[in-house]
Design a protein around this ligand. Sequence first.
Ligand code: FAD
Length: 380
Amino acid sequence: MTRQNYDVAVIGGGLHGLSTAMHLGRSGKKVLILERHWSGRHASGATAAGVRTLNRDRGELDLSLQAMEMWHDMPGLVGDDCGFHANGQIWVAEDAAALTRVQAHVQALERDGYRHEELIGPEELRRWLPALSPHCLGASIAKRDGAADPHRTLRAFRTSALAAGATLVEQCGVEAIERQGGDWTLRTSRGNWTVPFVVNAAGAWSGRIAAMVGDVIPLATKSSMMMVSERINPFIKPVVSIVGRSLSFKQADQGTLVIGGGLQGVPDLDKETSTARMRVLAAGARAATDLFPSVRDLRIVRVWAGLEAKTSDMLPIVDASPNAPGVFHAFGFSGHGFQLVPIVGAAVADLIVQGKTSLPISHLSARRLMEPSPVKDNTP
Ligand SMILES: Cc1cc2nc3c(=O)[nH]c(=O)nc-3n(C[C@H](O)[C@H](O)[C@H](O)COP(=O)(O)OP(=O)(O)OC[C@H]3O[C@@H](n4cnc5c(N)ncnc54)[C@H](O)[C@@H]3O)c2cc1C
């Protein structure tokens, strides 16, 4: 039996699928979310939940800055602050070359009128991070950045999507998508649905969904790893990263240290799992203890990894399908999509409801990754 009573089917019940469903529902659309496992099973349940404009690629910076305004009013959007604390994010320079790089980065931003990052010298850096090793020379800080609680965020967006009228069907994998007149029929493990609009928010598997409607978008897979320590007394508030090394370091409200920042395990898309690489985790732990020697003897109590699609330029795709009318893509967040959750859903909802958006997504087109690079004409 094919069911037809929805306007939009969102594939993927992660944070981006939930946010899109919430915004669409509030615009009056009848939305069906199809999730192969359960909402938050993959990247959105594994995330470090850093809320960062610091050191963002220019291609998504304007979108990220607008998303930050939404983070500062989360209760207004989803009825909960999602555990977001704006305690700042800091990008630390350990040596003179790193400091030069940070200074050039902030000066370039300032030249273009951006004021969200500031340079701080060693004394101010130590005021923000009293436990920091004395060898660090300075940093860039984004004071309105911070971190949230991933599970509170999931609950808030899921509750808000359902309150906006969306239907969430879990344990329901989309296996094929077929054109049916002007509509799309989704064949799933729990029956078929026919809808005019489809949103592809299937995370690491989005390339496979895109291929079902004729969009061949080359993607790699990230398997970002995290580790968590035993609880200690409060000693750090901002989220810390280091120039030139893989580290994101913060302390959760419960007192645990949460360490990650691009440390990669081994992904397996078919088995939907990844293998942690202990040597890589050890390098991450070394970076953390180089910066904060006082945590050297702490025990790591848990490690995990999460799967996500990575694009060649590390920017997501937030766009209408170039080949399939009525299909929209929101994926390829390449390890930094949590901060964009409130706004990407709004952008996709605009594209469906109004056929356009005023939100700054022009650098996030699907075509940029699908078109072959222009052949260079070398004739003199
Ligand atoms: C370890 C880790 C740390 C991170 N830290 C940060 C951070 O600090 N800050 C930040 O901004 N970002 C961070 N990120 C990135 C961020 O978490 C992701 O960008 C974001 O959660 C992606 O959400 P999503 O909804 O696109 O994907 P997902 O949450 O992966 O959701 C996609 C869903 O689609 C479902 N699905 C797939 N195929 C099908 C199908 N055929 N049918 C039905 N359902 C399907 C999957 O089961 C999955 O639940 C991190 C990611 C990881 C893994």
